[in-house]
Design a protein around this ligand. Structure first.
Ligand code: ADP
Ligand code: MG
Length: 699
């Protein structure tokens, strides 16, 4: 139950005066809510800048282009000549140094006459412009008399808006919400308050929305930092609560004596790299402990994560328990199976696949064997965690390429077994700060070295007007027996909507190279996709035109050339992932980034980085730098996805501090009891991390 103390903040914004159904709709959109936003949502909408109205020049001193506040006498009004005229309504005013024209398009005469009677003195604030040699202010933001001026804020917050929502309306709503903030207990510990000098929550909100200096609204300043810390602390606390919940019953150990792992390793046609060995050892160590494992295995595309995952599954199978490997797409699931099955078979492990494609009798069969414990490792898509999929003894869940892993998914996954360990595989190296934000105190293994024998990739950026040259070069490569990926972006973000680019390119290349060209895209059926991929791998097709379905996981080591069309449209992480499809075999590879001119600054920087390095960890860091407040995980919001206030760069330190604090809190007060505990629960509600609260009740 939400502490009643917070109720005023959870009142709907429509309870404010001036906020009706129309504003409700706009605010839902702006604040990204499916229901009517609450006051707390409004208050956590941070300003983007400020307007400084402190400049008080005379008319002759007013700097054109800047916001000025002028003290003037109203001289005369000049309404448009007729009611149907498009001419603006003009108000002429002056001070001792000169004249100014106040311009209103479609101005309401009676309103303006009342606002500015001739002969009166007014303070007028707005952006100074020059028109026909006269100073002009179009639609002044403020026109007030002496009394109004005394009450007028000289520094005002400016907010990100949405079409149809006026800044003034948003400000008025915020101004009404601020006094409704209740007196709340401080949830940040006295030590942290002392060390950081943070203002109180209410004070921080007040100063952010009613800034007194130009700096007050900056993310680096204490007011924003305080709120960012609150948000991060709530997030870390929720993660830590889940983690604490995931303790295994004492005595349960999920790693066996190593006999299956040895067989797998003996069946490998290569030697494990040092970092693969380290990762496998760390995982085995986790599995053997009576604590639930939550480990992230990071490594570039091609760094060899699959075999490490298989070794983890083998360790579990040694104790007679089961593992599941969940991939985001069907192609990837089948790819995993292809790598894993021969090795697993040699070790005597029983492996099966379950995706949306296994239906009817086949599916029933798999489910029966799974329930009987006759499958050691189930590979598949999210089909492996559907409700009717029952494991005899699931002990390990391996999740591939999953970047965001919410509290809810974690609980669902681990609910499939008694004491399920979790291993997450990620090919998008995530900068440390983001790992902390999303995975909390998840342990991390990194595969930094590439398997031996990998050839470097020569990456070049080529403008689109050299397309024909590139097609000629592809022709020569085909004659030399090479395999070529030709990647086209999707115009729409959904894999299923717009394929024109890929289809057109396919036709053009087919005209030129005939039967040697294939096409694979997301709208094709699974079996169809696999067939095309298989023909490519078997050299029956030599050019594979593809949308980004090949991005994740596909492994055709013989492919050595990749052309990426409209490379300027792809993000860094995506380019890196795509390129990871080549350079996997013993031959040198080439990647051509075809771009449309003119290149924007950001696109140019991205192409430069991708040409300079193939190190995914470096690319991730550059990505974070380039995007600044952007996001590395692929959503479009600025800032950290799932977070409204914290910013990855400005608040990197706070992320680590909040995590340490969350761990300390749960060590000292695991049930969040007492006054401090109550305050922390309120914090979880404020930032919508309360889904973790029921865990406090459970043993
Ligand atoms: P990832 O899943 O990290 O992208 P994979 O596990 O699919 O990478 O491995 C890519 C390729 O490298 C596979 O063909 C695999 O057999 C091979 N491989 C993995 N580890 C090694 C190693 N230590 N030495 C040589 N080849 C390896
Ligand atoms: Mg992989």
């Amino acid at each position: 139950m939400r502490p009643p103390l917070l109720n005023p903040l959870f009142a709907p914004v429509t309870s404010l005066s001036g906020v009706g159904p129309k504003q409700d709709k706009l605010l839902r959109y702006l604040l990204d809510r499916s229901d009517t936003p609450r006051l707390v949502d409004l208050l956590l909408h941070m300003p983007s800048s400020v307007i400084d109205r402190r400049a008080r020049p005379t008319i002759s001193e007013a700097a054109v282009g800047s916001v000025v506040t002028l003290k003037v006498t109203i001289d005369r009004h000049r309404p448009p000549p007729s009611r149907h005229s498009r001419a603006p309504y003009l108000v002429y005013a002056s001070d001792a140094t000169g004249d100014v024209v106040l311009t209103y398009f479609r101005g309401d005469r009676s309103y303006l006459e009342k606002l500015m009677p001739i002969g009166s003195e007014r303070y007028v604030s707005g952006t100074a412009q020059m028109f026909d040699g006269t100073l002009q202010i179009v639609h002044p933001d403020r026109v007030v008399d002496e009394k109004g001026f005394a009450a007028m804020p000289l520094i005002e917050a400016v907010y990100p808006l949405t079409d149809g929502l006026m800044l003034g309306a948003l400000r008025r709503a915020v101004a009404q919400a601020l006094p409704k903030i209740p007196r709340m207990p401080e949830w940040i510990s006295p030590e942290v308050m002392r060390r950081t000098g943070f203002p109180a929550f209410a004070e921080a909100l007040n100063r952010i929305h009613m800034p007194q200096t130009l700096q007050d609204i900056l993310p680096e300043q204490p007011f924003w930092c305080r709120l960012a810390y609150d948000e991060l602390l709530a997030g870390q606390l929720a993660l830590a609560l889940v983690r604490a919940q995931l303790r295994r019953p004492a005595g349960v150990r999920n790693a066996g004596d190593g006999h299956l792992r040895r067989k797998v390793i003996d069946a490998l046609p290569y030697a494990l790299t040092a970092s693969q060995q380290q990762a496998a050892a760390a995982i085995a160590n986790d599995l053997a402990k009576p604590l639930r494992m939550l480990r992230l295995l990071q490594g570039d595309v091609g760094s060899g994560k699959t075999v490490v995952a298989l070794l983890a599954a083998a360790a579990v199978a040694e104790t007679g328990k089961q593992a599941a490997l969940m991939a985001p797409t069907e192609i990837l699931a089948r790819q995993h199976l292809k790598t894993i099955a021969p090795l697993a078979e040699r070790a005597g492990m029983r492996v099966a696949i379950l995706t949306g494609r296994e239906k009817g009798k086949k599916r029933k069969d798999i489910l029966a064997r799974l329930a009987a414990g006759e499958i050691d490792l189930l590979v598949g898509t999210h089909a492996v965690i559907q409700d009717d999929v029952i494991y005899k003894a699931l002990a390990l869940a391996i999740v591939d390429e999953q970047h965001r892993f919410g509290v809810r998914e974690r609980l669902a996954l681990t609910g499939k077994g008694d004491a399920v360990d979790v291993l997450v595989l990620s090919a998008t190296p995530i900068p440390r700060t983001l790992v902390l934000t999303y995975f909390g105190d998840m342990d991390i293994s990194e595969l930094r070295e590439k398997p031996a024998g990998r050839q470097p990739i020569d990456t070049r950026a080529v403008p689109m007007d050299r397309l024909n040259e590139m097609i000629d070069a592809v022709g020569r490569a085909l004659d030399a027996g090479k395999l070529v990926y030709w990647i086209c972006p999707l115009v729409e973000e959904s894999e299923t909507i717009d394929l024109t680019d890929a289809e057109q390119r396919f036709k053009v290349l087919q005209q030129r190279f005939g039967e040697r060209v294939g096409l694979v895209h997301g709208r094709m059926k699974g079996a169809e996709k696999d067939r095309v991929m298989a023909r490519f791998a078997a050299h029956e097709i030599n050019v594979l035109v593809a949308t980004t379905v090949v991005e994740v996981g596909v492994d055709v080591p013989d492919a050595t050339i990749m052309v990426i069309e409209n490379a300027e449209r792809f993000g860094l992480a995506q380019l890196h992932q795509l390129r990871g499809r080549i350079g996997r075999g013993k031959e040198a590879s080439t990647c051509i980034l075809l771009y449309k001119e003119p290149l924007g600054e950001m696109s140019a920087s991205r192409l430069r980085v991708i040409r300079e390095t193939t190190d995914g960890f470096r690319i991730a860091e550059e990505d974070l730098k380039l995007r600044g407040e952007g996001d590395v995980l692929g959503t479009r919001q600025s800032g950290l996805p799932g977070y409204r206030i914290a910013r990855p760069l400005a608040h990197a330190q706070l992320i680590a501090q909040a995590r340490e604090e969350a761990v300390r809190i749960l060590r000292e007060n695991p049930k969040l009891q007492g006054e401090q505990g109550e305050a922390l629960r309120a914090l979880l509600y404020l930032f919508e991390r309360d889904e973790a609260i029921p865990l406090l009740g459970a043993g």
